[in-house]
Design a protein around this ligand. Structure first.
Ligand SMILES: Cc1cc2nc3c(=O)[nH]c(=O)nc-3n(C[C@H](O)[C@H](O)[C@H](O)COP(=O)(O)OP(=O)(O)OC[C@H]3O[C@@H](n4cnc5c(N)ncnc54)[C@H](O)[C@@H]3O)c2cc1C
Length: 418
């Protein structure tokens, strides 16, 4: 068994059949956040992760103020901020030139920025924090393959290590944080209703910032959108819209598309990685069944445009931690609390999904007439007057309903601060 943040992975020691309060499936950012929140309250937790290493790819980078506040409850916000880049402004360019900016400098509260930090760093920091909680065990190389439950107990069967030895473990509750393809969701037969956007992107990180430092830039062009975000260490991410899903490209593909559409020239020699993706959206028709609950990308999917997926998952974890603590420590009915989780978190996710839809819709218009219209809307409507003051809070996810526990109108949940 691999305990806490020990990175000696895939050991073959048999797991005892202790009964845990909660088994969490998946040690992505959301599973780790949930494990920390439960560990901070002394719950006995087993966290099972099929991977054997932290994924290197930077994936999610934007951490919004509600998530930073949640990290603050764990005493982690300063550590995150010191490793990341504070993005205080996002500059928007269209076919007709500079259109305006969205600023986060006037946000209410302590965090007047969106923090850029690669997902691998987020995972590392959360995993390191987990080591402080003696009641939490993290087990790598453990793939959950089967699940059953009755009114009081869940039984989880998982294959562990390179020999895939089978183990069974029992828990009062199971939280499935096992990502967008969630095997646990499949086992429960919960439907994920959605579709893909039929929009395609290529993304790469570069070890140079083209003189843009901590600024985010969006370019909405007739040939397709280009997004550019700062990363720690003077690095920069570029994302370009493409006509089709492109898996193989020439070494200078991203650089030449950026040069063509934006007149900027990130050097192909400085490119660190590349991936292609076709975003999809879905929201599950329910977020729990009996004593098994889905959380994070297992429950909902949205376009990475707008950077909301992980942040929405963190807010799920905050709500779910509070519900699980009440169920385990106060013996309150699971149904009452999980119905609340289902209701409020599904609504919050739906709101984030709709915002991502809106961003995808406006941002990916192609061709001259639609570009002229988009430039007009952004310059004269979104980046001007009263509406412009709402753009910062909107993109910082401050206006998502129920985006933190203290905005959920459930008195019982409020009584248990995490
Ligand atoms: C290009 C890109 C950019 C993004 N940018 C942002 C951003 O800026 N901001 C933002 O908020 N979001 C962003 N996102 C979304 C973000 O990456 C996801 O929302 C986030 O990873 C979800 O975390 P999770 O823990 O729910 O799932 P995952 O990260 O998918 O983790 C699930 C874990 O479960 C494990 N697992 C799966 N099956 C099993 C099993 N049977 N047994 C044991 N373990 C299992 C997996 O190995 C994995 O480690 C971006 C996504 C992409 C693709």
């Amino acid at each position: 068994m691999t305990r806490n943040n020990d990175r000696t992975l895939g050991e073959r020691t048999a797991i005892s059949s202790d009964r845990y309060d909660v088994v969490i499936v998946g040690a992505g950012p959301v599973g780790l956040m949930l494990a920390c929140l439960l560990g901070a309250r002394g719950l006995h937790v087993l966290l099972l992760e099929k991977r054997t290493t932290i994924p290197a790819h930077s994936m999610a980078i934007g951490i919004t103020p509600p998530s930073l506040r949640l990290l603050g409850k764990l005493g982690l916000d300063a550590d995150f901020v010191s490793r990341g880049v504070k993005v205080e402004n996002c500059f928007i360019h269209g076919e007709s030139g500079y259109l305006g900016r969205v600023t986060f400098q006037d946000l209410p509260g302590e965090y007047q920025f969106i923090l850029s930090l690669p997902q691998a760093d987020t995972i590392f920091l959360l995993q390191r924090k987990l080591a402080e909680y003696p009641t939490v065990t993290l087990c790598y190389g453990a793939e959950v393959v089967e699940l059953s439950q009755d009114e009081e107990t869940c039984r989880i069967l998982y294959a562990h290590g390179s020999e895939r030895r089978m183990h069974t473990v029992a828990a009062k509750l199971v939280a499935a944080c096992d990502g967008s393809r969630s095997p646990v969701r499949e086992m429960l037969g919960i439907r994920a209703v959605g579709r893909d956007y039929r929009r395609h992107f290529v993304m790469g990180d570069f070890s140079e910032d083209n003189g843009m430092h901590d600024e985010a830039h969006l370019f909405f062009k007739t040939a397709g959108s280009v997004e550019s975000f700062p990363l720690p260490g003077g690095r920069r991410r570029w994302i370009v819209q493409t006509d089709n899903f492109i898996s193989e490209t020439s070494a200078d593909f991203l650089s030449s598309v950026v040069a063509e559409r934006c007149g900027l020239t990130p050097s192909p020699a400085k490119q660190l990685n590349q991936s292609s993706f076709t975003p999809h959206r879905f929201n599950c028709e329910r977020y729990y069944q009996g004593r098994v609950i889905i959380c994070g990308d297992a429950a909902h999917g949205m376009s990475p445009v707008g950077g909301q997926g992980m942040n929405t998952g963190f807010a799920d974890a905050e709500f779910l931690a509070s519900a699980l603590i009440s169920i385990v420590q106060r013996g309150v009915s699971a149904e009452t609390f999980l119905a609340g989780y289902d209701r409020y978190r599904r609504r919050a996710a739906q709101s984030a999904i709709s915002r991502a839809d809106w961003g995808m819709w406006l941002g990916t218009w192609r061709g001259r007439p639609l570009s002229v219209l988009r430039d007009f809307i952004i310059r004269h409507v979104l980046c001007k007057g009263i509406i412009s003051r709402h753009m910062g809070p909107f993109y910082a996810m401050l206006t998502i309903p129920y985006n933190s526990l203290d905005r959920v109108p459930v008195q019982a949940l409020r009584e248990i601060p995490i």
